[in-house]
Design a protein around this ligand. Sequence first.
Ligand code: SF4
Ligand code: SF4
Length: 426
Amino acid sequence: MTTNTVTDTPVDDVTLSLWHQVQNSADYCVKCNICTSFCPVSNVTDLFPGPKYVGPQAQRFRNPKELSVDDSLDYCSGCGICSMVCPHDVKVMEMNAKGRYKLYQDKKDIPIRNRMLGRSELLGQLSSPVAPIANFFLNNPLVRILVEKIVGVHRKAPLPGFSFETFRGWFNGVHKKSPNYKPSTDKRVVYYHGCSTNYYEPHVGKAAVAVLEHNGYEVVIPEQVCCGLPMLSNAEFDAARKNACTNVESLVKYARAGYKIVGTSTSCTLSLKSDYLHILDYNTEESRLVSQQTYDICEFLLDLYDAGELKTDFNPVNITVPYHSPCQLKAHNMGLPAIDLMELIPGVNINHVQAECCGIAGTYGYKKEKYQIGMDVGKPVFDQVKQINGSLAVCDSETCRWQIKGATGAKMIHPVELMAKAYGLI
Ligand code: SF4
Ligand code: SF4
């Protein structure tokens, strides 16, 4: 009997098959190079030979007992565009993530910088109580030069500021329910806020709670930890698996009781939906149930609208705004629900930015050796944001918001913030 590597519990055939599907998908590659023509990284640097080369081609030479075949794999940003565009469903990004894990295992050395960037939750826990001091140092150019030289985080990397007030502190303390909230036993939803909302952008969580309560939902916020994606993308699979396990154990009770789990961070929800299963190989009855019950918040709200259950008492907001759809959002394969929702608001004109990736890819663009690649990848996004409305733009992913703000100076908001404003809730 095979056991799951996270829980040591027996697993069934479905469990076994998911990672094998990823691995075996290399055999379906017909070398058409579509993925390479879409890869934002190989299009701007010669340091990365592209998805076909480091993905399905190299996969055939990745023997677990031999050293990794190619260090250039580390330049893959993990954006997932290759997996999305491949006409033969080759799981290139997933393969690359696993290949990167092996690369660092072989080297027996994950840099301190990568471990630090993988721990956004720990950084938030340590810095939020002293946010004004931490932010002062974060914004000090001399400190940033030192950090770049000693740690390897680029001096201009768009690091977010810490919030003194945490989202959970607000929710469990001063939060008052929306005036229109009427309790109903069949309208309950779990909110997975993740680290960015808790420690960096509590205003996004406040807007989400306000919109959900305005639509009559009771919002439940269970214990949770970082989704693990920052650790996963920095090749710390064991640490990421621990977090995945903690989250699934906490959320599965709600999933079993029929609660939907919604999140405002599109990368966190993608981790719960897909990465735990397909990359971390954490595939149990519990993790599958949590995956099935997880929704991006805009996906959830648009479903409500389609069912005739979303309130549309929006005040007009006369504005033209650029909207960037993050790679992680597109990987949900759910269309672009944020656009459909925001266009319900009278006066709102959404201009969808026609470019693939902003270049930050989680923590990729923070790294000294990758910062410029990230900026070159994101240039078409930055140019269009400046052209459409350089003062305000909308995006569902926190790290993309920080990157676009850093490059353009535009104020960045989550779609749910625009909805909360139009409802008159913030
Ligand atoms: S991975 Fe897919 S898109 Fe890329 S070369 Fe192979 S078949 Fe074509
Ligand atoms: S995940 Fe993104 S950066 Fe990596 S190979 Fe695929 S398209 Fe290129």
